[in-house]
Write a protein that binds this ligand. Structure first.
Ligand code: 5GP
Length: 112
């Protein structure tokens, strides 16, 4: 079970900033920007954004809409959305998640 599935079922703690029946959004434990929130589909069926786009595009759109809402609340609506895809690209948790980065981003700020 991924660390995110354990956060979703509350077996490990996280700071939850938004939640509904399809996604949870949490503060990243190691923030790389003033705003660094992870938007995570509750299903563990998709390892990365390409699988999610192919398997459930409506859920991907909901992830993006949730990211926008968080950025609206915290950063005037402007944000960077990062999906690390594959180990060589910095992905460490193979349960699809979007990094929402905002607030005085440095050039080249990435999630990992
Ligand atoms: P990835 O490297 O897979 O794109 O992103 C995984 C992210 O999850 C990293 O930014 C990392 O800091 C975050 N992360 C890993 N474990 C935990 C945890 O237990 N709690 C929270 N809140 N974030 C985590």
């Amino acid at each position: 079970m991924s660390v995110f599935s354990q956060i979703i079922d509350r077996s490990i703690p996280a700071t939850v900033v938004a939640e509904d029946d399809r996604v949870i959004a949490i503060e990243d434990i190691a923030p790389k920007a003033p705003v660094h929130v992870l938007v995570i589909p509750k299903t563990d069926a998709y390892a990365n954004v390409s699988e999610l786009a192919a398997g459930d595009p409506a859920l991907l759109a909901h992830v993006v809409a949730t990211a926008q809402r968080i950025a609206d609340e915290r950063a005037g609506g402007q944000f960077r959305l990062v999906f690390n895809t594959g180990e060589a690209a910095g992905q460490t948790v193979f349960h699809v998640h979007a990094h929402v980065l905002a607030g005085d981003l440095q050039e080249g700020t990435l999630a990992s």
